[in-house]
Write a protein that binds this ligand. Structure first.
Ligand SMILES: Cc1cc2nc3c(=O)[nH]c(=O)nc-3n(C[C@H](O)[C@H](O)[C@H](O)COP(=O)(O)O)c2cc1C
Length: 154
């Protein structure tokens, strides 16, 4: 059977957020999971990439109390091309925030509610000073999503 596809759209403007994107990729790519995992930056992601995906993991920073501009641009470009065709898409998000994350979480909730995507769990907000454990948390989130998608749970 053809493997399903998990698309990771990760905005990673700093060394720490690059580690998170890598952790997402590695967590989803567990050797026991038969899944195609694609990692892209939001600016490189086209509607076709999402149309071809069975699930989406989004990673963004919070800037100025909102999602990063490039993450917003991804939604701006992809919203209408996806609206009719990707309802029910299994979805998860991690947010790296210096101190808050609330505005980003709220905005992504609003947009994905419009798109009718299915959140598999609450947003993972990684806030405050950098903690090495964030890497593990993102890895686990990615693994949870990929296992569920492969097993047909989501
Ligand atoms: C211009 C700018 C605005 C920011 N605004 C916020 C903000 O509103 N809320 C917040 O929690 N963090 C904010 N941050 C912090 C970023 O979320 C944080 O630097 C980013 O996630 C990278 O994390 P790192 O320092 O661990 O690499 C801002 C950072 C920049 C550069």
């Amino acid at each position: 059977m053809t493997a399903k596809t998990l698309l990771i759209v990760a905005h990673a403007p700093s060394p720490n957020t690059q580690k998170l994107a890598q952790a997402a990729f590695e967590g989803a790519n567990h050797p026991d999971i038969n899944l195609t995992v694609i990692l892209k930056s939001p600016q490189d992601t086209q509607p076709e990439d999402v149309l071809a995906a069975d699930a989406l993991l989004l990673g963004t920073t919070e800037n100025l109390a909102y999602m990063a501009g490039l993450t917003k641009d991804f939604f701006d470009r992809c919203y209408y091309p996806l609206l009719e065709q990707k309802q029910g898409l299994p979805f998860a998000v991690y947010i790296r925030a210096g101190h808050d994350g609330t505005g980003t979480k709220r905005a992504i909730k609003t947009i994905t509610t419009g798109l009718r995507w299915e959140w598999i769990q609450e947003a993972l907000v990684l806030k405050g000073e950098w903690q090495h454990d964030f890497i593990k948390q993102v890895e686990e989130l990615a693994m949870t999503l990929s296992v569920g998608v492969e097993a047909g749970i989501y």
